[in-house]
Ligand binder design. Structure first.
Ligand SMILES: O=P(O)(O)OC[C@H]1O[C@](O)(CO)[C@@H](O)[C@@H]1O
Ligand SMILES: [Mn+2]
Length: 451
């Protein structure tokens, strides 16, 4: 390894052949970690796919964004190739350019991200959470600084295909949910609880469908997700769904009961989010659900505002009359204000959630006005619990490290090597059954922390 901290090097030489030590943040410098595999293999593949997509779709992109887009597309491809090279050769992370509103926060973050020896942050040596978020932000920069491609989303077609490919499952779920919400008066509170639990689990398993883990490949869903719930129970390592229900039940029928849902992936997962959100407002468990989307293309499949709108529009135009009726009902929720769609900058910053109160006090305050915050997915879980290699038995509420805007429910399938809140011996038992238990998406948790 070179002694000159500014000289780039091949990352593989400079990483230690050990796993992540306990109680430190995940980082690609530990070769026996998912962070290392992600930096070395997964992220370069994602960037290559973006470049291939842009080259292949050149004509269509020019048709959509205008003639000037051709030249800017070439320049953007060059920038993304450079970005990939910087990553693969472990260069220092450079500051962001431009006047976008998050640039100052990002650059302040990057400036304080020195390593223990005071060296500049680098792809393989700095916190994985920071470097991976930075990659998506730099990708955005390649389009943001153009005249013609500012609204271009390199993952849009993958997200759209993910929804269209899961229409079979969506049809099945739709028949069930439509009947449920249309017969809202025939349900006693035990029924409502059962239905809530079912849709919560469907929503949980919907998180298996992210496209960043699969390298952009489709993740096919079960034909009938409701039938699968029972078989999947043994894969839920921590199940605090009952506590989530209790929080909602004590506030039922009250006014001003807001539930925030921090969204994760577009496609089938978003559909399951919407089904659960319909149940919440229909059965007076919430007077309003606020969906929290991303402001820029993120981790391949995350929901941005246009993805949310496109999803409702496509479903409302469906030839399947039940699918279109349910989507129209949802458009009605948007119109009436029972559902609100927000996009907040904080979710695409590199900060862990316990920094929200300092970085975005307004968002923290808004979340404090909700009765419950449902946090979807693996990345959000990592940010929620600090992205630290905790002792697996570390209590969930302690791992939140002071982030307590309201009651919190985290719904996550495990796709990164961090976990907390397990019983003694549970991590070892699960690892004995499946060595990939932390990263395969096969296992899940529903974790709850009360205010
Ligand atoms: O969509 P999710 O559930 O946040 O998953 C995102 C993916 O990104 C990572 O957090 C990092 O690449 C993975 O561990 C996970 O597969
Ligand atoms: Mn995601």
């Amino acid at each position: 390894m070179s002694n000159d901290p500014n000289e780039s090097e091949m990352p593989y030489d400079s990483c230690e052949d050990i796993g992540t030590p306990l109680n430190v943040q995940l980082c690609a410098k530990y070769k026996r970690s998912f962070a290392y595999i992600t930096m070395k293999d997964r992220l370069p593949i994602i960037l290559t796919q973006v470049i291939d997509h842009m080259s292949r779709e050149k004509e269509n992109i020019v048709n959509e964004y205008g003639k000037g887009a051709l030249e800017e597309l070439k320049i953007a491809i060059g920038k993304i190739s450079k970005l990939k090279n910087e990553l693969q050769t472990n260069k220092p992370l450079i500051l962001l350019e431009g006047n976008a509103s998050d640039v100052t926060i990002w650059n302040a973050f990057l400036k304080q991200l020195k390593d223990e020896e005071g060296n500049d942050p680098r792809w393989f040596h700095s916190a994985w959470l920071a470097t991976e978020c930075y990659m998506y932000r730099r990708l955005r920069e390649a389009f943001e600084l153009t005249d013609t491609l500012t609204s271009f989303d390199p993952f849009r077609s993958k997200k759209q295909a993910a929804l269209l490919d899961s229409l079979g499952t969506i049809n099945v779920l739709c028949t069930y949910v439509k009947r449920l919400v249309e017969q809202q008066n025939c349900h006693c509170s035990t029924d409502i609880k059962n239905e809530f639990m079912k849709l919560l689990y469907v929503d949980l398993w919907g998180n298996r469908c992210d496209l960043s883990l699969s390298g952009g490949e489709k993740v096919l869903m079960e034909e009938d997700p409701l039938q699968k719930i029972g078989q999947l129970t043994e894969y839920i390592l921590i199940d605090e769904a009952e506590k989530v229900w209790n929080t909602l039940a004590v506030n039922r029928e009250k006014s001003d009961v807001i539930v925030d849902m921090v969204l994760d992936n577009a496609g089938y997962e978003l559909y399951t989010d919407l089904c659960l959100a319909d149940l919440l407002v229909t059965f007076s468990l919430a007077s309003q659900v606020r969906f929290r989307a991303k402001v820029l293309p993120w981790y391949v499949s995350d929901v941005c505002i246009p993805d949310f709108q496109w999803t409702l529009q496509i479903l409302s135009n469906s030839e399947n009359s039940e699918v279109s009726a349910l989507a129209n009902r949802w458009l009605g929720h948007m119109k009436s204000g029972k559902w609100v769609l927000c996009a907040d900058e904080f979710w695409t910053l590199p900060h862990v959630f316990n920094q929200m109160q300092n970085v975005d006090p307004t968002l923290y305050q808004e979340l404090s006005n909700a009765v419950l915050m449902i946090i979807k997915g693996d990345l959000n879980y990592r940010k929620l619990t600090g992205d630290i290699n905790w002792e697996p038995t570390k209590p969930f509420s302690e791992a939140l490290s002071g982030f307590r805007p309201t009651n919190i429910a985290a719904l996550r399938t495990l796709k990164a090597d961090t976990i907390c809140g397990l019983l003694a011996g549970q991590a070892e038992d699960t690892a004995a059954k499946s060595s990939e238990w932390l990263i395969s998406g096969q296992y899940a948790v529903v974790q709850y922390s009360s205010l």
